[in-house]
Write a protein that binds this ligand. Structure first.
Ligand code: P6P
Length: 316
């Protein structure tokens, strides 16, 4: 007997208004999935000719995905604020609802032209508490991974579930409990940035490369998709650690990935699944944002691996 997203949301002991916000982001994700599936045929790939607030070239699909999210959000009276990677400023909607959504409508879009998994990441907060809230105050978090299947991963903080988009455009429950393996033999980092790394990152990665011949005492694999949603989904499914640490090139910007709509929702999901998240020196969910597009270092995944990285940072 299949459990649809609507069935599952109705069975949760959460505010039905909050559940409706999650349902809105799920509906937007299903529409984005449909657009991505046909994008090469419809000619949507390639640059939109603009650059976003991050200074990144906006692909046509970035803009289209953001428009899809905005259209769905406008239809839900419970949502009054939207923060998006694709919009310089927060959008204050006519709706006077209690909820705010922070989203990266199409994360990893540089992978679109090579048909690699990309995703939509979102965070739900209480709009009455302002834009710059700590990640620990998130009310819900989720992402859609547009891969061989379209997965929707959700949490209200206590546990993590996975839905899969079926042929009729419905999300059906396919995993009712996700647990991040405490130990792992897999790490994800862009090793082309080694020359920018700090001593802690170099020390941790060197231990992994040494494998069973070094202090880690076991062999490691390295995977780096270049799409956070793809890397995090792998970690949720089979363990591992994702690292985009502060380095000498990103330090001036505070890091590479964004706090409100990448680091915070992914940290909430990974921690609800039993993993850990840190900047290396402090918990991601404890950070007090200084701006809606603030960048931060991101290290998250299997608790044992994150603890090893924190140990390297503690050495100073
Ligand atoms: P790099 C995609 O642009 C993204 O924001 C994340 O999805 C991904 O993990 C990271 O950047 C990839 O960064 O430096 O390897 O291209």
């Amino acid at each position: 007997m299949t459990t649809t997203l609507a069935d599952w949301l109705a069975a949760q002991t959460v505010d039905p208004k909050l559940a409706s916000v999650v349902a809105t982001m799920a509906a937007a994700s299903a529409e984005i999935a449909a657009v991505l599936r046909l994008a090469p045929i419809e000619g949507h790939t390639g640059l939109a000719g603009h650059t976003n607030v991050q200074g990144e070239a906006q692909k046509a699909l970035d803009v289209i995905s953001n428009d899809i999210v905005l259209n769905h959000i406008r239809e839900n009276v419970e949502i009054s604020i939207l923060v998006s990677e694709e919009l310089d400023e927060a959008v204050h909607l006519e709706n006077q609802g209690d909820f705010m959504v922070a989203t990266d409508p199409l994360d990893g879009s540089s992978n679109l032209d090579v048909n690699v998994t990309v995703g939509t990441i979102f965070s739900v907060l209480d709009a009455r508490k302002g834009l710059l809230q700590q990640g620990k105050d998130q009310l819900a978090a989720g992402y859609a991974a547009y891969g061989p299947a379209t997965s929707l991963v959700l949490t209200f903080g206590a546990s993590v579930v996975v839905f899969t988009l079926d042929g009729a455009g419905q999300f059906v429950l396919t995993l009712d409990t996700v647990a991040v393996a405490e130990a792992s033999g897999e790490y994800a980092i862009n090793t082309a940035r080694e020359r920018f790394w700090d001593a802690a990152t170099k020390g941790y990665v060197a231990e992994n490369v040494a494998g069973e011949t070094g202090s880690a005492g076991k062999r490691y694999n390295m995977r780096w998709v270049g799409s956070m949603v793809a890397d995090i989904h792998r970690i949720l499914m089979r363990g591992g650690i994702f690292m985009y640490p502060l380095d000498s090139e990103t330090t001036g910007k505070g890091g590479r990935l964004r706090l409100l709509y990448e680091a915070n929702p992914m940290a909430m999901i990974v921690e609800a699944a039993g993993g850990k998240s840190t900047t290396g020196r402090e918990g991601i969910l404890e950070l007090v944002p200084t701006g809606i597009h603030q960048r931060v270092p991101v290290i998250l995944g299997s608790a044992e691996e994150v603890a090893r990285v924190e140990g390297w940072y503690a050495k100073g």
